[in-house]
Design a protein around this ligand. Structure first.
Ligand code: GTB
Length: 223
């Protein structure tokens, strides 16, 4: 049965591919799995029907048969556990790849999201520049540690895994700043991952959703 995921009807990033449905699309593409997409407006995300699937009224979700899942990390783990290609067979290597998923979500993503949210919500405040300096330093601390661990390897631990997929998805959230470029091996890591055909397909598919919504909006006569 073809799974269905949810995504923004009109992504606030205007098709830059920063919303978390992209990581799910990317994993599905890497695994060669077909999927359908149900797009939701912000209002629809808060309706009881969607809240029954996602208690926080967000995207992405994943449905297949009688399974309904929320949380992008859980969706990726589910896909990687059930289909070969994104987790190593060796038990120790497998749990290390899963540890990188947790590191991406728990250790690297929080300072990056806090920095993005400060720009969205606090940039008009008098203290914004001072706060941003502090948030940038927190992000740099994590990136320098990640950069030191990656060294001159292509991927975090052996072959490309779902841990890399998630880590790169998180780093992409910094693309409007130049912070990743301060770490040439991380910039190369992101470039290497996003050059993968599966990522390109996932990116193009989410962009197509945004462009379609934008075209529909432009063709709607103003009242
Ligand atoms: N922990 C959850 C997961 O990993 O699945 C977080 C899910 C989440 O934050 N979803 C966001 C959402 O549904 C979309 S991805 N927000 C609507 C709401 O909460 O009402 C976050 C996101 C949104 C916008 C941009 N952007 O514009 O650049 C980037 C990322």
């Amino acid at each position: 049965m073809t799974p269905t995921i949810t995504a923004f009807e009109t992504s606030p990033d205007r098709g830059k591919g920063l919303a978390r449905d992209v990581r799910v699309r990317w994993a599905l593409e890497e695994l060669g799995l077909a999927y359908e997409v149900r797009t939701l407006s912000f209002a629809e995300m808060k309706q009881p029907e969607h809240l029954a699937l996602h208690p926080f009224g967000q995207i992405p979700t994943y449905e297949q048969g009688d399974l309904g899942l929320f949380e992008s990390g859980a969706i990726l783990l589910h896909l990687a556990e059930r289909h070969p290609g994104l987790l190593p067979d060796d038990a120790n290597a497998r749990i290390r790849a899963i540890a990188w998923m947790f590191a991406a979500l728990n250790t690297v993503e929080p300072p990056i999201v806090e920095r993005s949210m400060a720009w969205v919500l606090e940039r008009e405040q008098s203290w914004y520049a001072q706060r941003m300096t502090m948030l940038d330093e927190r992000v740099r601390r994590r990136l320098s540690q990640l950069s030191a661990r990656l060294g001159d390897a292509d991927w975090l631990d052996g072959d490309f895994s779902v841990g890399d997929l998630l880590m790169v998805s998180v780093l992409l959230r910094l693309q409007s700043s130049n912070i990743v470029d301060e770490y040439p091996n991380l910039a190369d890591y992101v470039a290497r991952a996003t050059a993968r055909p599966a990522y390109r397909r996932a990116f193009d598919a989410q962009l197509a959703v945004f462009l379609k919504a934008q075209a529909a909006e432009e063709s709607t006569p103003a009242v």
